[in-house]
Design a protein around this ligand. Structure first.
Ligand code: NDP
Length: 251
C-alpha cells in the first residue's frame, strides 16, 4: 500500500504531467493556487475554477509568466451554482479539451467555530453544500470526461477533523467526514477502471482559511502552501496509477 511518506517524498520530473488536463477548484488562492502553479510547472494544462474571477486570472497570468501551458478559467460559485452551471462547465471542458485526466476538489469553506448547541443552521447548510454536495455534483458531471482519459485521478480534500472529530469544528468537520465517505464510495464504484480516487489532508497551512480558524497563532510556524505540492503531483500525475481508495497526509 502506498503511504503518505511515498507521496510526500515524490520528486516529479519536470515534464511528468505533460499533456494531462486537470481541473482544480479553489485555484485562485491558498493551497489550490500553489498546486495549480506546481501542476503547470510540471507540464499540466490546468483548468482554474473558483468563485473570484480576478484571483483565477492572477493564477492564470502567473502560470503563463512562468512558461507553463496555457491554462483555462472556469468560474463556478459552488454555493450558488445550479444544474445548468455544472452542465455548462462540463460542456466547455468537453468542447475545449475532450477529456479530463485529473479533478482536484480543493475549494472549501470553514463556516463557524461553535458548539453544536449554538451552531447556526443556515451556516451548517452552506458548509455542507459547498464542501460536500457541490463536490459530488461537480464529480458527477465530470465523470464522462474522466472516463475518456486513459489514466484519470480524482482527489478530494479532507482535514484532520475529517478523520477525528473535534469540539467546535461543527459542519466543517462533518463535511470532511462526508468527503472521505464520498471518496471511498467513488473509489469502490470505479475499481477496475482507469479512474482512481483518493483523499488528501494538507495539514496546518498558512492560508486565509487557517487565519480565520486561528487568528492569534504564530503564522510563521505554519507550512507555506508551496512546500506541500509533492503529494498532489504524485496523486494527480502518472506516479500514482493503480492507487485508489487511500487517504494521504501532506505533513
Ligand atoms: P483558502 O480559504 O485559502 O481557499 C479556499 C478556496 O476555496 C478559495 O480559492 C476560494 O475561492 C474557494 N471557495 C470558497 N468558497 C467557494 C465557492 N462558493 N465557490 C467556489 N470556490 C469557493 O483555503 P485553503 O487553501 O486553506 O483550503 C483549501 C482546502 O484545504 C480546503 O478544502 C480546506 O478545507 C483544506 N484544508 C486546509 C487546511 C489549512 O490549514 N489551510 C487544513 C486542512 C484542510 P475565492 O476565495 O477565490 O473566492
Amino acid at each position: 500500500m502506498p503511504t503518505s511518506s511515498v507521496a510526500r517524498s515524490h520528486r516529479a520530473a519536470s515534464d511528468e504531467l505533460h499533456d494531462r488536463v486537470i481541473l482544480v477548484t479553489g485555484a485562485g488562492n491558498g493551497i489550490g493556487r500553489a498546486v495549480s502553479l506546481a501542476l503547470a510547472s510540471h507540464g499540466a494544462t490546468v483548468i482554474l475554477s473558483g468563485r473570484t474571477v480576478r484571483r483565477l486570472e492572477k493564477t492564470h497570468d502567473d502560470i503563463l509568466a512562468a512558461g507553463g501551458p496555457q491554462p483555462g478559467i472556469a468560474p463556478l460559485n459552488l454555493e450558488k451554482a445550479l444544474a445548468d452551471d455544472y452542465d455548462r462547465t462540463a460542456q466547455a471542458i468537453a468542447t475545449t479539451y475532450g477529456r479530463l485526466d485529473g479533478l482536484l476538489h480543493n475549494a472549501g469553506i470553514l463556516g463557524q467555530l461553535s458548539p453544536i448547541d449554538h451552531y447556526d443552521v443556515p451556516t451548517w447548510c452552506r458548509v455542507m453544500h459547498v464542501n460536500v454536495t457541490a463536490a459530488f455534483a461537480l464529480t458527477q458531471v465530470c465523470l464522462p470526461l474522466l472516463r475518456k482519459s486513459q489514466d484519470a485521478s480524482v482527489v478530494f480534500t479532507s482535514s484532520g477533523v475529517g478523520r477525528q472529530g473535534r469540539a467546535l469544528w461543527g459542519a466543517y468537520a462533518v463535511s470532511k467526514f462526508a468527503v472521505e465517505g464520498l471518496s471511498e464510495v467513488l473509489a469502490d464504484e470505479t475499481r477496475g477502471s482507469a479512474i482512481r480516487v483518493n483523499s488528501i489532508n494538507p495539514g496546518a497551512t498558512r492560508t486565509a482559511m487557517r487565519l480565520e480558524a486561528y487568528p492569534a497563532e504564530d503564522r510563521s510556524r505554519l507550512a507555506d502552501p508551496a512546500t506541500l505540492v509533492a503529494p498532489y503531483l504524485y496523486l494527480l500525475g502518472p506516479a500514482s496509477r493503480g492507487v485508489s481508495g487511500e487517504r494521504f497526509d501532506c505533513q
